[in-house]
Design a protein around this ligand. Structure first.
Ligand code: AP5
Length: 210
């Protein structure tokens, strides 16, 4: 199954995508995670993307389209994949179509903007293995350390409240029109994000029919 996870920043795409990825044994491809890894490694792409990410703006289309084209060409994508955070603009979706990639489902996770701001303020991430937690809704059993690899958890720079607000504006202006783009193809299934993570998972698996 080729799945797109779609929704506002902080709607829970990464959290649910990870669960579905394990269940279906297919990779999750997160453009955000790929770009953050490039920034950490200090590559040319990372250096040029850093200022966009930190201000909550989108990285230019040609950069992310190149990332996706390379990644989807890898062997582990042959039996299916989850795209988390791509496409984010109409030109990105059109580029995906031109690559000849068939999408089976676009899973929208809907969470209202005011809830998003609360969620982002409690997000903690592991800089080493990429695991995501929430201080209240999904805490690490190891406190301020990652319960998967033990590293000290950190706060993403783009989770600062003023950056979250800009990311939401960018989402509504540039990414939300994709709902109509894929809606016209009959591919969109919407799940309303629940306060309990496992309730959202149940609805997500039902919507995907797995
Ligand atoms: P990216 O990393 O993709 O960020 P995002 O889409 O903004 O999404 P997030 O990772 O912030 O949130 P999420 O929906 O995955 O939520 P999560 O599961 O973590 O992109 C970052 C940046 O990279 C962009 O701003 C842009 O600059 C650039 N970029 C990336 N892709 C690009 C592209 N295609 N084009 C151009 N630029 C691109 O959950 C959030 C929190 O809520 C967590 O703490 C979690 O534990 C908690 N939570 C999850 N589910 C629940 C629940 N049900 N109840 C309560 N809490 C919950």
């Amino acid at each position: 199954m080729n799945i797109i996870f779609f929704g506002a920043p902080g709607a829970g795409k990464g959290t649910q995508a990870e669960i579905v990825s394990q269940k279906l044994n297919i990779p999750t491809i997160s453009t955000g995670a790929i770009i953050r890894a490039a920034i950490k490694a200090g590559t040319d792409m990372g250096k040029s993307a850093q200022s966009y990410i930190e201000k909550g703006n989108l990285v230019p289309d040609e950069v992310v389209i190149g990332i996706i084209k390379d990644r989807l060409g890898e062997d582990d994508c042959r039996k299916g994949f989850i795209l988390d955070g791509f496409p984010r603009t109409i030109p990105q979706a059109e580029a995906l179509d031109r690559m000849g990639i068939k999408i089976d489902v676009v899973l929208e996770l809907f969470v209202p903007d005011d809830e998003i701001v609360t969620r982002m303020s409690g997000r903690r991430v592991c800089p080493k293995c990429g695991a995501t937690y929430h201080t209240k809704f999904n805490p690490s059993t190891a406190g301020e350390n990652c319960d998967k690899c033990g590293d000290v958890l950190s706060i993403r720079k783009d989770d600062a409240p003023e950056v979250v607000k800009s990311r939401l504006v960018v989402y509504h202006n540039e990414t939300e029109p994709l709902k109509e783009y894929y809606g016209n193809k009959g591919l969109v299934r919407t799940v309303v994000g629940q306060e309990k993570l496992e309730d959202t998972t149940k609805l997500t698996l039902e919507a995907l029919g797995i």
